[in-house]
Write a protein that binds this ligand. Sequence first.
Ligand SMILES: [Zn+2]
Length: 387
Amino acid sequence: MTNHVSRAASHVQEERLLALFLELTKINGPSTKEGPVAEYLKKALPALGFTLEFDEAHTQFGGEVGNLIAWREGTDSSIPPLFFSTHMDTVLPTEQLKPVIKDGVIYSDGTTILGADDRAALAAYLEAVRAIVESGVPHGPIEFILTVNEQPGLIGAAHLDYSKPRSKTGYIFDSSGDVGQIILKGPYSSRIWMEVEGNAAHIALNAEEGNSAFLIAAKGLLGMKLGVVDDGTLANMGIIQGGTLTSIIPGSVTVAGEVRSFSQDKLERQLKHMEEAMREAAEESGGSVQVRIEKKYSGFDIPPEHILVQTAEAAAGLINVRPYLTETLGGADTNVLNENGLTCITLGLGFQNIHSFREYISIENLVNTGRLTAALIEQWYTNHQKA
Ligand SMILES: [Zn+2]
């Protein structure tokens, strides 16, 4: 055992980080309307030594601003650059936010979200770079990949201009586990859309010609294994759309859902099963179904011996936090970035009840996110010195 601690992390200042977090949460930036966040970063990042570039992703979905890629030289340019990524958008507006701090925990007043998802990461990243600079520790180049329009389904990351980032490896703090959580594995996911056709008719005029698409769909849904399919596969049907008038036997209905699985094979098998269940129901009832599969994202699976994981475990030790390796069936930008050649893992920062007015984060987790970010940059350098 050594008493080795992170010199950089010891320069992370709780009060400064808390003030920055509260400042950032009040900047309104719901999905596709991240302009004010970008404006803030255009001032804050150059002051920390970053050069900025935006891509044109927003033109694909009518957003205000594209993804932001920011680069900062290290003290040693022979070290491979390390990126930190998060999203600039929040799931709902935060402009009316009135933060409440009680017993070391930050909440909203219950009338808005807090926006800890993921302004906590953004604040921690900025404070960590400040700490790195103040501590004078040697480090490699640092890059920020800050996406837009993440909340509705990782859309900014999907349209990111992947010729812009210069790093190949990095971290994304965007999970509810306490700081120390290291997520190595994420799911493959696809949506399934089913257009179920029966035959429309009026109950009082030509009911005998009617064939209810609702009843066909109901039968199909009852024939599907949904929910927890196995310990690495989830399936859900979440949308039913159809019908015109209470007097009309519905001739068509759309049902849609999604499957997530750590295994692409199992994902495809489950989608096939759902399609077959609906097809069988339609054939038995003299109806038909058209099925469309839409890929959401690919899975990732980073081995524990990967330098990203080794660095994260060692860095957690440097700030006296216990690292723990997990996997998730949740989707994140991590899925999309990995698929596009940017190897990364998700880390926990301890926000809770996200996407709700009961969202909160403890000051301890916020500060540890800043400290761990600083320690990661420091440890990344150390690991590459040894190599
Ligand atoms: Zn998030």
